[in-house]
Every structure is written in C-alpha cells, then in structure tokens.
Design a protein around this ligand. Structure first.
Ligand code: KG4
Ligand code: ZN
Length: 338
C-alpha cells in the first residue's frame, strides 16, 4: 500500500511516499527555518503562506523521485493536529483535494503519533507494546504504546515542553533559532556540574514534568551575570541545563519501564536528537536490560515519512476521514479535544 503523506504543522512543508508503513520511497522536505530565524521563532502567518507555495511542487517532486504515477497512490495521510492552525489547514486541504481527485481514502494522523511512528521506519522489527518518550518542540510526554493506535499517557509536562525551553535558553544566549541543536553542540565542551539548576517534581503524578522553573532559573542566571558583569562559562551552562532536562526525563522513563514491565523504550521528536539525552537513555536502559529505539536524527525532526508510517496503521484500524475533516491546533494524542 503506497501512502502519500503530508506534514505542514509547523515550519517544514513535507511530502513523502511510504509503502506498507515501513518503507520510505521518498521523503521531501522544504524547510522554512532560515526564513523564521530572522524573527527568532516561527511566524505563523509566514509559515502558512510558505506551505501553500511549497506543497504542490513537493508533491510533484515526490512522485517524480519514486517514478510512481498518481494512480499508484493508494491513500493520502495528513497531519490534522496539533500545530499552528493556519499551517495545519494547508496540509489538510491539500490532502483532502488529493484524496478526492485520486478517489482514494483520506487518513488523518496526529502529529505526535507520527513522531512515535518514525521508530517503525528506523526499526523494521519494532512492534508495540513499548514505552515512548516523546520530546518535541511543543510536547513532552511519556506514553505506553499498547498497540499501533492504542496508547496510554503516563505523564506529560504541565507547562513548557523540553524543546521550547531549549529554544528559549538558546535564544537568550544568542544562538540561532531553533536553539536546541546549537545548545547541544555547545554543551559537549562544558562541565555539567558547574551550575546548579533545579529539577522540579510537579503535582501528584510522578510521571508529570515541568520545565518552566528550570527555564526561568537559567534565564535569571544569565541576566544576573549580565547585570553584574560576570562572564559566564557558556558551554558549562549549556551542559548544566541539558543535564537538568535529562534528569527530568530519564528517571521517569526508568520508573515507567519498571512499573509497566515493558522491555522496550523508544524516543521520538526533535529533542530526541539531543546527544546527552540519547546517551542517558541508553545507559539507563542498559541497566534494566531494556532495548532502546532511537530514530536517526533526520527522522527525529518533523517529516512526512513518519506521517505515512502511522497513517498505514491508522488505515488498518479503520481510522479514515471524509471531506468534512478539519484541522486542529490542539488535540490529545488519544484523539480527544483539549
Ligand atoms: O519535533 P520537532 O521537529 O518539532 C515539533 O513538533 O515541535 O522538534 C523541534 C524541537 C526544537 O525545539 C529544537 O530546538 C529541538 O527539537 N531540537 C533539539 C535538538 N535538535 C532539535 N533539542 C535539543 N538537542 C538537539 N540536538
Ligand atoms: Zn514535531
């Protein structure tokens, strides 16, 4: 089954063709990052306009790259939530038109389910059940993936997402948007114990997380140093900050593995590219005898191949939509309105 997959929830326009949920025939991305960098973050209106400009050409390019014709496409999958509403709408409307014109099923895919499914592309042998740590620019969650379309949320951030806090601290340190990758690189030359930053334990659910206190503590430290003219050791600040993020994530993953008895853990989302978090998860899982699944960096960030992968399993579960499909800025990974 060849699925044409569309992703436009933030600042990447992406079109892929994925066979049977596991094989990427092509994965085309038009990134807008350089455009938004000038503003220090994504400007939603610019994102929507650029998606409109890019999406038709990308779909043609995807077909051309694979040598497939339109009649070889068996279904159209699209990110329908969550994301910047104007941006998601572009993809949803394109996908609706494509499905209607081709006379093929339309499959709505939740963006975060897509991130999880990036692991199916990287690891053909991976099957649920497994535990998944989702760490993206907008989401931070620990999820029990019971089956391809059946999930349980163990915990989530109660305020900022991990990626968001990386980007904010990176921005204040003068790093180009999005700051996560640059901060990661800088941290590799630093001492992670030099600066004392908080690890918070919010609420009653031990799996819930919070990053806003950590982010504020890092920003206060930077501003205070500026005010008193103290020179900061930037690599060590980056290393200390990354250690605090990892210390918030990894022990919860360990506890979840122990409690659920699961022996497989996957990571997903843009922040899953972080070298420290990857190393800490590997170390922790080794201690528990658990198998670790981490997509290559290319599949961690936003892409359409992951939407095609999850789309296949949504289709098998009967989760298709008609032409009344709408886009949503927010929606739970379980499909509930927020
Ligand atoms: O999943 P993603 O591409 O987009 C969303 O769905 O949000 O994640 C983007 C996030 C950004 O916050 C970016 O700074 C972060 O992933 N990121 C990283 C790294 N690479 C990307 N954060 C920390 N370390 C990295 N190496
Ligand atoms: Zn994403």
């Amino acid at each position: 089954m060849n699925i044409l997959a569309i992703e436009s929830s933030c600042d990447e326009t992406a079109v892929a063709i994925v066979r049977d949920g596991r094989e990427v025939l092509c994965d085309c991305i038009a990134s807008q990052v350089a455009l938004h960098r000038e503003y220090g973050g994504v400007v939603p209106e610019i994102a929507s306009r650029k998606h409109i400009e890019a999406i038709y050409g990308l779909a043609d390019e995807a077909l051309a790259q694979t040598g497939l014709s339109r009649s070889d496409i068996d279904a159209v999958a699209v990110t329908y939530a969550p994301g910047l509403i104007g941006a998601v709408l572009v993809g949803v409307n394109f996908a609706k038109a494509a499905a209607l014109a081709l006379g093929k099923p339309l499959i709505p895919v939740h963006h975060i389910r897509g991130h999880i499914a990036a692991n199916y592309l990287a690891y053909p042998e991976l099957k649920p059940p497994f535990l998944c740590l989702v760490v993206s620019g907008g989401h931070t969650m620990i999820i029990e993936v019971k089956d391809y379309t059946e999930m349980r949320i163990l915990g989530t951030t109660l305020d900022d997402a991990a990626g968001e806090s990386f980007d904010k601290v990176g921005r204040v340190l003068g790093m180009p948007y999005p700051g996560g990758a640059a901060l990661d690189k800088m941290a590799q030359q630093g001492d992670d114990k030099k600066y004392d930053l908080p690890r918070s334990r919010p609420g009653a659910n031990p799996y819930d997380m919070s990053f806003s206190g950590l982010k504020t503590a890092a920003l206060n430290l930077i501003h205070h140093a500026e005010q008193i003219g103290e020179e900061l050791d930037i690599p060590s600040l980056c290393a200390s900050f990354t250690a605090a993020v990892s210390d918030t994530l990894v022990p919860r993953v360990v506890q979840a593995l122990k409690e659920t008895g699961l022996k497989k853990v996957a990571v997903a989302g843009g922040v899953a590219a972080n070298s420290r978090i990857r190393a800490d998860i590997l170390k922790a899982a080794e201690g528990l005898g658990a198998e670790v699944y981490m997509p290559p960096l290319m599949l961690c960030g936003d892409n359409a191949a992951m939407i095609g992968a999850q789309g296949y399993y949504e289709f098998l579960a009967g989760n298709t939509a008609d032409m009344s499909l709408n886009a949503y800025a927010t929606k739970s990974i379980l499909g509930e309105s927020l």
